[in-house]
Design a protein around this ligand. Sequence first.
Ligand SMILES: [Ca+2]
Ligand SMILES: [Ca+2]
Length: 266
Amino acid sequence: MKNNFLTGFAVTAATLLGAFIHAPSASAFNWSSSWSQPTIYSKEQVGFNDASYQRYVQSERVAIPNSGQFLLDPSKLRLKFAHDVSVSFINEGAGFRNQLAFSSTGTTNKSGMIFSDISCTGQGCVGDWGGSALKLGDTVKLGTIEGGSQLDFGLKADGFRGGTNIFGTQTDKNPDKLQHVVAYAVGTRHILLGFEDLFGELGASGGRNQNSDRDFNDAVFIVDVGEDNLRVLKGEKVPEPSIVLSLIGLGAASLVARRRQSDTAE
Ligand SMILES: [Ca+2]
Ligand SMILES: [Ca+2]
């Protein structure tokens, strides 16, 4: 009986361990053709100022320099706290008319298009090569993303004109198995995302290769995740809201106790 129990326990443990080890790895970014363009708000409407972020947009055909900002793993954008997440267009240095979409999995499960035609023209636009769908600082609201959700982003290269290459944050799931997204923590509440839209290694040609410049400036965005989430993503310890509340509660209780003591003394 005892042996059976132990054997059963060992088998269960091995099964659990096996399930853990063989847990399916994150999949490539799933794209739905049914997505459409949500409302785009101007920077004035949402009170966003893109100017301070333009310095992070590297020059065309120049590999991203060490920006001095906190480098994040774009495949691990997990939010600990609920936040009204928004995504703002910073710039594009691309001949392609790319598309950006997002997904949230975990506590909040939703996904959709963010920008269906990433193109801009005129002053400040790095890649003024056709298309004028966006103005610098244009913003799309993703709505409330609850704590315990994993945010992910994918770029459909030239998707507006029928392109099919989808580049996501999971490097090994990309069609060329190369990194196509960089992410930095900037300021107090923002993540800077930069995408490379060309297939293949730097300068590679032939086959599906597109003589990539690997400049990661083909589509650049700011994601507002809120201060607490950004601090967590940077590895800082941020207490749960409930703990903060109970600490405040404790403080208030001890104040009352002290007041009572001094009342008694009087
Ligand atoms: Ca570029
Ligand atoms: Ca590029």
